[in-house]
Design a binder for this molecule. Structure first.
Ligand code: SAM
Length: 386
């Protein structure tokens, strides 16, 4: 039985927990920015193919407790059978994360771990693999927290948020695809209700809603790090092939309800259109150029209005623009208050978003969650309007 660690954005752990439960994982436990579980190689393949919210699937190799110094770490690593994972045909790299521990230099920790790998292989009379930091055939992840060191194998490679549909797009403040998927999961956005993102930017939320609605697995067509492991478990290839087949078999041809997206800025409309095409969703989605307040007027019956609102990330201290943005939130709130039987799910890093939108008083239910927008604290607000 393997222990898996799935890192994810803080605040989205429950989304990954539910995904793992649905995939049949055992002993699912949530940490801060990570979810752990147990399972076999089949789960490694399926979590990589089907997870929408996790950023990686790491396979635990060893855990060392009570590590207080470099010498103790090097001693512990000398006992890890790296030769079972790596031979001279492969290349490798080390990624180190240090949190409140005896060292604070992650680069140096990675170097010492690399030396420990090579020393061990030499002591076992094995050939020497090369280091390739950019695209190794095998990446070890060392996580040192207080006095506990966990050494894992990165089975994913390029992080799962890199779905591949952002190719050729330099959108303003695009949100990570895994965060968008988590927002939809937290907001419980029913795929049978009409969906509108009136400030869509590069279209991430609408694209992720379309992938959910079509039951299209985000990892259906991508390559994974474990496919480059020269000494991988023999059952992994079959597990990946089965997961890809399962993904294709369960996919729907049509959206159960319309998904609309629009933005006022021409560049955003062009970027969203590129992303829609890259995602192979051209027959399902089309981005329009509209002011958000106009777009909301035709949100449809029992709609979901979901958006990552502008929050002045590029406005600096310009008072006129700040007031303009506040006016936008107020008038958008006025328009949203005219909707009936709507679920409104808005993500914003604007500190006055809730007050300016003024939906609390009219809503049947209201909830909010603390998340982050890049480095900034942000909130996700959900209102059900009567
Ligand atoms: C934070 S970005 C959205 C980013 C998006 N979630 C993504 O992943 O790319 C906010 C968007 O609101 C748009 N916007 C600003 N004012 C608008 C308005 N009055 N009507 C419609 N869109 C507007 C901006 O052009 C920008 O694309």
């Amino acid at each position: 039985m393997l222990t898996l660690h799935l890192p994810c954005a803080r605040g989205t752990e429950l989304c990954v927990d539910k995904e793992l439960q649905a995939l049949g994982a055992a002993e699912v436990r949530r940490g801060a920015g990570v979810v752990r579980c147990t399972g076999g190689w089949d789960l490694v393949a399926r979590a990589n193919v089907f997870s929408r919210c996790a950023s990686k699937v790491l396979v635990e190799l060893a855990v060392f407790q009570g590590i207080d110094s470099e010498a103790e770490l090097v001693d512990a690593l000398a006992g890890v059978p790296f030769e079972d994972r790596l031979d001279e045909k492969g290349t490798f790299a080390i990624e180190a994360h240090l949190v409140d521990c005896a060292w604070n230099n992650a680069h140096y920790a990675a170097q010492r771990t690399k030396d420990a790998v090579l020393d061990r292989l030499r002591a076992q009379g094995k050939g020497r693999p090369s280091v390739d930091r950019a695209r190794p055939s095998l990446r070890f992840v060392l996580h040192w927290h207080l006095t506990t060191v966990t050494l894992s194998l990165d089975s994913t490679g390029e992080p799962l948020h890199q779905r591949g549909y952002r190719r050729g797009v330099e959108g303003t403040a695009p949100m990570k695809e895994t965060l968008a998927a988590s927002i939809l999961a937290i907001g419980n956005t029913d795929v049978t209700r009409p969906f509108l993102d009136p400030c869509c930017g590069t279209g991430t939320l609408a694209i992720e809603q379309a992938l959910r609605a079509l039951k299209r697995a985000p990892g259906r067509d991508r390559r994974f790090g474990f496919e480059r492991w020269s000494k991988r478990a023999p059952e992994l290839d079959g597990a990946l092939a089965r997961a890809r087949t399962e993904a294709r078999d369960t996919e729907l041809a049509e959206l159960p309800a319309p998904i609309r997206l629009s933005d006022w800025h021409r560049d955003a409309v062009a970027d969203a259109t590129t992303c829609i095409d890259n995602a192979g969703l051209g027959e399902h989605l089309a981005c329009e150029r509209l002011d958000a307040r106009e777009a909301v007027k035709s949100a449809g019956e029992h709609p979901l209005v979901v958006s990552n609102l502008p929050f002045g990330e590029r406005l600096g201290g310009d008072d006129k623009k700040r007031l303009q943005l506040e006016g936008f939130y107020r008038t958008l709130g006025e328009r949203l208050r005219t909707l009936h039987d709507a679920r409104v799910l808005l993500f914003s890093a604007h500190p006055r978003a809730r007050e300016l939108l003024a939906l609390d008083a009219v809503a049947r239910t209201k909830r909010d969650w603390a998340l982050r927008s890049g480095a900034l604290p942000a909130r996700l607000y959900r209102w059900d309007l009567p």
